[in-house]
Design a protein. Structure first.
Length: 209
């Protein structure tokens, strides 16, 4: 996990946990308190395309890095393969995607009062046989998800805070990550299999993503 500075140099934020190498950070979010959360789910060790193929040394987890001290803790370790995640507008909830080989879900967790651990995980969306990937939240609490499930479903799916699907943006290829950008955070950037798509939407993304 690295951060690119304004002068173009990079700073390593995390590469190991207690001496063991991370399996490959996947998605990251900077919280309002400056801390950085990221999922580590093995994409970098499964083959030589994204990293170096090697044996896994640790479970897949979500970590938190303190912005002031640089200390890293385990924020979540109850998923098979944590993937994308995002915070609610008030920072009190975190939605986390799990993409194992069988049941692919998005769960919602309460953020502990110390802003470190995640608790009380419960199901938000079961996308099986498809799956959600990168996700972001808008200021109304709706969750925008990169979605993959074949022709007629690939693109972006939008879910209300209770998990009901309330909208879709269909693309000709599956979508991995979504981000809000622009001056008003009302442009949705979608990274698909072979292209980057951009669309103005009525929603406004939560600050930071």
């Amino acid at each position: 996990m690295t951060r690119t500075e304004h002068d173009g140099t990079t700073t390593v934020l995390a590469d190991r946990w207690k001496g063991k190498r991370l399996t490959k950070p996947d998605d990251a979010v900077v919280k309002s308190d400056g801390s950085t959360g990221f999922s580590d789910n093995g994409a970098g060790i499964r083959g030589n395309c994204l990293g170096d193929k090697t044996l896994r040394e640790m479970p897949f987890r979500v970590y938190r890095i303190d912005d002031t001290t640089g200390a890293m803790i385990i924020a979540l370790d109850d998923m098979e393969r944590p993937n994308g995640f995002c915070f609610s507008p008030d920072d009190r909830l975190r939605r986390v995607v799990d993409t194992p080989s069988v049941r692919r879900t998005t769960r919602v967790y309460d953020v502990a009062e110390d802003s470190k651990a995640l608790r009380n995980g419960r199901l938000l969306v079961d996308a099986t046989p498809g799956y959600t990937d990168g996700i972001r939240c808008d200021m109304q609490g709706d969750v925008w998800c990169g979605f993959s499930c074949g022709e007629g479903q690939d693109g972006v799916a939008v879910f209300a805070p209770d998990g009901e699907m309330i909208g879709r943006i269909l693309l000709p290829e599956r979508c991995a990550k979504v981000r809000f950008g622009g001056a008003r955070r009302s442009r949705l950037f979608m990274t698909a299999s072979q292209s980057v798509c951009v669309l103005y939407v009525e929603a406004q993304g939560v600050l930071g993503g």
